[in-house]
Design a protein around this ligand. Structure first.
Ligand SMILES: [Zn+2]
Length: 137
């Protein structure tokens, strides 16, 4: 049976492959459903209700369709739609992951940052119950 993860990510092409590869490997899934909005981490963190509702709806569709075992909430370096510092991205990702985790407490939710090297920093992981940053180069 096919196994799925899900990622809420920016539309930016640079933020897609690293996230997909990370979720497939660390989530032990075959496929990753992508939910994209420009600057998704910023939209969720600033509680833009229209976009948050759209992300919530699409997440529910992915859950009903594919029962993902992991959902990644992502931000990335040099985002035109959420042009903030890396530190602010990390804060936005933590807040966004908390919001998504509230929607789906039964699913593992991780916060990922695609850094300036195109690799993933793990910002938070609901499985670990604590926030720490690890680099996967
Ligand atoms: Zn972006």
């Amino acid at each position: 049976m096919d196994t799925f993860g899900c990622a809420i990510d920016c539309i930016d092409g640079r933020a897609q492959m690293p996230v997909i590869e990370w979720v497939k490997f660390h989530g032990s899934v075959q496929y990753v459903d992508m939910i994209t909005e420009p600057g998704a981490d910023g939209c969720l963190a600033r509680e833009d209700s229209k976009i948050t509702n759209r992300i919530h709806h699409t997440t529910q569709v992915a859950i009903r369709a594919h029962n993902p075992s992991i959902i990644a909430v992502c931000g990335h370096f040099d985002c035109v739609a959420n042009p903030v510092s890396n530190e602010e991205h990390i804060a936005d990702i933590k807040k966004s992951a908390g919001i998504v985790g509230h929607w789906v407490p039964e699913i593992r939710v991780v916060g990922l940052f695609v850094n300036e090297f195109g690799s993933i920093d793990l910002i938070c992981d609901s499985n670990e119950g604590k926030s720490e940053i690890k680099s996967f180069l």
